[in-house]
Design a protein. Structure first.
Length: 259
């Protein structure tokens, strides 16, 4: 099995399990990711999981990118279809009912970094190395990297990373905002601990928050404010909002019911 889905308490973990190829994204792996996303999304909608963690097996790589051997002989139509498939697959994470965390435990290059960029958050171990080296092969990142990287690190820095194809070490990635945190030890355990900082709150309201912040990069400012007002109102109407206010006034911990 090239992609494995496991449960860790209230978390669901998707692991790319192809360590002999540094967890590269073959067609089989992409199909496995799609199936895993189907299952994870269903768990999230049933509120049987509160966060999704994506990682790679072994100690060397999160995902080293696309399987270049599969690109040989593709015509223009097949090449574009492959790019759109990867884009749409990774974009599903934007619409997930639960937040996602990329646990980057080594190399994250090309499509591997694009997968991490599509997650809500990214954490990395000190040995992690990231980049979009497609320029060295005479191609352009095709799974969303040219659109998501500038939104995280700014246009000028993203352009430099993409046009030089250079490797970004973990400390620099943290400094420029490419990853949220640097962590020691097991990346998945660290991701679970990170997730528990927010999974204790109301899942619907967490979803509204993600949606509101997403609008900041996708819409003009005034439209974003309108969306914020709408989402804030929806949150205020939940039972969890009433519970949160009551808990604050009564000086106790809120008991959210995801309602």
């Amino acid at each position: 099995m090239s992609v494995e889905l496991t449960r860790r308490d209230e978390m669901v973990v998707v692991t790319i399990d192809r360590p002999e190829a540094l967890n590269a994204l073959s067609a089989k792996v992409l199909a496995g990711i799609e199936r895993a996303f189907d299952a994870a999304e269903a768990l999230g909608r049933r509120r049987e999981a509160r966060a999704l963690i994506v990682t790679g097996s072994g100690q060397k790589a999160f995902c080293a990118g696309a399987d270049i051997s599969e690109f040989q002989g593709r015509n223009l139509s097949e090449t574009r279809a492959g790019s759109r498939y990867g884009q749409l697959l990774f974009a599903r994470l934007d619409r997930f009912p639960i937040a996602s965390i990329a646990a980057i435990n080594g190399y994250a290059f090309g499509g591997g970094l694009e997968l991490a960029l599509a997650c809500s958050f990214r954490i990395a171990t000190p040995n992690a190395k990231m980049g979009l080296p497609e320029i060295k092969l005479g191609v352009v990142p095709g799974y969303g990297g040219t659109q998501r990287l500038p939104r995280l690190v700014g246009e000028a820095r993203a352009l430099e990373i993409i046009m030089t194809g250079r490797t970004v070490a973990a400390e620099e990635a943290f400094r420029i905002g490419l990853v949220n945190r640097l962590v020691e030890g097991d990346a998945v355990e660290a991701a679970i601990a990170f997730a528990r900082e927010f999974t204790c709150y109301s899942l619907p309201v967490l979803g509204f928050s993600r949606d509101a912040v997403k609008r900041a990069g996708d819409t003009p400012f005034d439209e974003g404010l309108e969306a914020e007002a709408d989402l804030s109102t929806l949150a205020f109407m939940t039972a969890d909002s009433s519970e949160g206010a009551a808990a604050f006034l009564e000086k106790r911990k809120a008991n959210f019911k995801d309602a």
